[in-house]
Ligand binder design. Structure first.
Ligand SMILES: Nc1ncnc2c1ncn2[C@@H]1O[C@H](COP(=O)(O)OP(=O)(O)O)[C@@H](O)[C@H]1O
Ligand SMILES: [Mg+2]
Length: 335
């Protein structure tokens, strides 16, 4: 289980000494239960990748604590952290740059498996069998892909190789960061289904990072959803609750603009809640969403409301005036 409490990450602004710092993450609390599915949604730049990288040990944090299976990461030495973070593997957005173009798929999978064989005390002939087994798991034909180089495969096949490579170390958590956004639309569904199946078949927990609510629901319908706005969680609850009855205006705006997965869902009536453009670096006093909120009231300029269940809602949210508003209801995915 991964527990993050009060995770904060601030970057120095890119515009030199006088530029304002970027609050990539603000006091984020989250839990990834064993075998669970957790999704983050939010617009580009809201901090999703930074959070995913922190959870994988690829990026540090300046405040809060990350606890992996009961062990607080900040108190561990580098040598003790490595085996903990091995359990959490990231699937990047870009399957094109993730694979070494000069190596065959046989080598791309064989190298980490050789390392794994040594760790597990397995004989050398275990490697080829395991490699074929992993390719089978991700739906690839070993005879076809093993002698080939990454550029000879489709984007969807490459992403499957990336997933197989992540599986070589027997991870307990897969972090999929916009894992289908660079893949041809016709191949996306297959990858999403694969991620969903790996969770149910191998018991791997899935952290699914996306800006697209429909895919979050497809992959993690029985899981938890976190809606992130400018580095802060503004709504969190079961995926079903948040999608069906969002109470934070930002979630409502996101959900009213929900893209549909063709073949799984039919488009609902077109009833968008308008979302004002993001005024990049301006930090409003009070609620961070206020400048864009179609429902803001004068006193929203006071303190940023903490995450809670104000109004007796099932989910946690950070809005002073939570309300069920009419958003486009999208029929449940049943593929
Ligand atoms: N290494 C970095 N240095 C400076 N700013 C960064 C760095 N990484 C991310 N940021 C900033 O942090 C914010 C969150 O970025 P990111 O986590 O990539 O968002 P998302 O994945 O949701 O698009 C953005 O404003 C981004 O410009
Ligand atoms: Mg990102």
């Amino acid at each position: 289980m991964i527990v993050a409490t009060g995770i904060t990450r601030t970057f120095a602004g890119r515009g030199g000494r006088r530029s304002t710092p970027v609050h990539a993450l603000r006091q984020v609390d989250l839990t990834i239960p064993d075998g669970g599915a957790v999704s983050f949604i939010g617009e580009s730049g809201c901090g999703k990748t930074t959070l995913g990288r922190i959870l994988c040990g690829l990026e540090g944090f300046d405040g809060g604590e990350l606890t992996i299976d009961g062990q607080p990461v900040s108190r561990l030495r580098e040598r003790q952290r490595a085996p903990l973070f091995r359990r959490i593997q990231m699937i990047h957005q870009d399957p094109y740059s993730a694979l070494n173009p000069t190596r065959t798929i046989a080598n791309i999978l064989g190298d980490p498996l050789a390392l794994r064989a040594r760790q597990l005390g397995k004989p050398d002939d275990w490697i080829a069998g395991r490699r074929a087994e992993l390719l089978g798991l991700v739906g690839l034909d070993p005879g076809y892909v093993l002698p080939r180089y990454p550029h000879m495969l489709s984007g969807g096949m490459r992403q499957r190789v990336v997933i197989a490579r992540a599986l070589t170390v027997d991870p307990e958590v897969l972090v999929a960061d916009e894992a289908v956004s660079m893949i041809d639309v016709s191949l996306r569904l297959g990858i999403l289904r694969l991620l969903r199946d790996l969770r149910s078949e191998l018991g791997i927990s899935l952290l699914f990072i996306t800006h697209d609510v429909a895919t979050a629901r497809y992959v993690g319908q029985d899981g938890e959803l976190y809606v992130i706005y400018r580095g802060a969680v503004v709504e969190h609850g079961s995926t079903d609750t948040v999608i069906q009855r969002p109470v934070h205006p930002y979630s409502q705006c996101l959900l009213s603009a929900i893209p549909v997965l063709r073949g799984i869902e039919e488009p609902g009536p077109d009833r968008l809640i308008p979302l004002a453009p993001l005024e990049e670096r301006v930090e409003p006093p009070g609620c961070l969403f206020r400048p864009r909120c179609p429902f803001a009231r004068d006193d929203c300029a006071g303190r940023q409301p903490p995450l809670g269940r104000l109004g007796g809602t099932e989910q946690e949210h950070a809005c002073r005036y939570p309300q069920n508003r009419e958003v486009v209801a999208v029929p449940a995915a049943n593929a």
